[in-house]
Design a binder for this molecule. Structure first.
Ligand code: SAH
Ligand code: SF4
Length: 343
């Protein structure tokens, strides 16, 4: 079986090299070609002698993804559809911001968490992605850019629940932020979770990336109805884990709150949310629901959204209304299914 070099860390790559009769510094060169220079084939690896290039070609798995299509939205958002080697499909979304690009990547094909508002959840779980399948999304998108250095921010907010694929995601993060890897700043990598408490606790020890938590309701009854995971890890437990999460100086946890008309958007919901988050270093992203999996749910009218925000702001929270981008190509939050490329 071929070795998945992009999923190995520096030490493991070195071990692989030594096992194949190469000097350790060759591992650093190979790693540089794969993760930094984004080499698509061994032929590109010019400072390596031919015999080493052939060895890498023969022994290593280089391209775990195949680009199927890329669609660009009217607002500049670009959605990439990738096929895994076993045929499953995943999506990544490139979002232009004022002065940089953010890439939203997938951690699983499908998702097992079953959140009611989410199209990915509705589609069910296919499988976990390998570390290299996570990293390759970033590599392939970078390769497609005229200015790859403009891509500075990575968010794990695509398909799947990253903390349900813990080991692969942490490995991918390691290579994304390693200086001899893809060299992203750990301050610019964000992992979003539906709230798997034991893994949130582990994550704080294993990485220093940003944490975002999809909260979406301030009481257990509503949250359990929207997000089955809440039956296992109710709000008090989840927020306790957030309080204990080791945050570097001035860092905050982002709480995502999808606003759904008549379900979680009343004044009393905003007040309850403010009470529950008090004392937490929290900022709140309010996301008006995108048309997703449930026909009976809709976003609130704008005045309701603004009122909800005002209540939070009044209580000294930073609450941002996040305009969803890429809706016309079904690239917005909760719309990724790996299927419908023609809305
Ligand atoms: N599984 C992780 C990360 C992927 S979901 C998580 O749940 O956090 C990424 C984000 O999309 C989450 O914040 C989720 O709440 C949001 N989302 C899902 N469906 C949505 C919809 N229909 N409209 C708006 N946001 C949605
Ligand atoms: Fe999975 Fe996140 Fe969608 Fe919930 S919101 S079903 S956890 S991808």
């Amino acid at each position: 079986m071929k070795t998945d070099l992009k999923g190995l860390n520096a030490r493991e790559t070195e071990q692989w090299a030594v096992d194949h009769g190469l000097e350790p510094y060759r591992a650093r060169q190979i790693r540089h070609w794969l993760l930094n220079r984004l080499a698509a084939s061994c032929e590109d690896m010019q400072n390596l002698p031919k015999r080493i290039r052939s060895l890498v070609q023969k022994e290593a798995l280089l391209g775990p993804l195949e680009e199927v299509t890329a669609l660009t939205s009217d607002d500049g958002t670009r959605k990439y559809l990738f096929r895994l080697q076993d045929g499953h499909l995943v999506e990544s979304v490139l979002i232009p911001e004022r002065d940089h690009l953010t890439l939203c990547i997938s951690s699983q094909a499908g998702c097992a968490m079953g959140c009611r508002f989410c199209s990915t959840g509705r589609q069910g779980f296919k499988r976990n992605l390998a570390p290299s399948e996570i990293i390759e999304q970033v590599i392939m998108v970078k390769r497609s850019l005229n200015n790859p250095e403009h891509l500075t921010n990575i968010v794990f907010m695509g398909m799947g629940e990253p903390l349900a694929n813990y080991d692969a995601v942490v490995r991918a993060i390691e290579n994304l932020i390693a200086q001899d890897g893809m060299n992203f700043s750990h301050r610019k990598v964000t992992l979003s979770t539906c709230g798997l408490v034991p893994e949130i606790e582990r994550l704080g020890h294993d990485t220093t990336v940003n944490l975002a938590v999809s909260l979406n309701a301030a009481d257990d009854e509503t949250r359990s109805r929207l997000m089955p995971v809440n039956r296992k890890y109710p709000i008090t437990r989840l927020l306790q884990a957030c309080r204990e999460f080791p945050l570097p100086n001035r860092r905050m946890i982002t709480f995502e709150y999808i606003l759904i008309n008549g379900i979680n958007d009343r004044d009393q919901d905003a007040l309850k949310l403010a009470r529950r988050l008090s004392g937490l270093r929290a900022k709140i992203n309010l996301i008006p629901l995108n048309p997703g999996s449930e026909a009976d749910m809709s976003p609130p009218p704008m005045e309701r959204i603004l009122r909800f925000q005002e209540i939070l702001t009044h209580r000294h929270f930073t609450a941002i209304i996040r305009k969803s981008k890429g809706r016309d190509i079904l690239a917005a939050c909760g719309q990724l299914t790996g299927a419908s490329m023609h809305p």
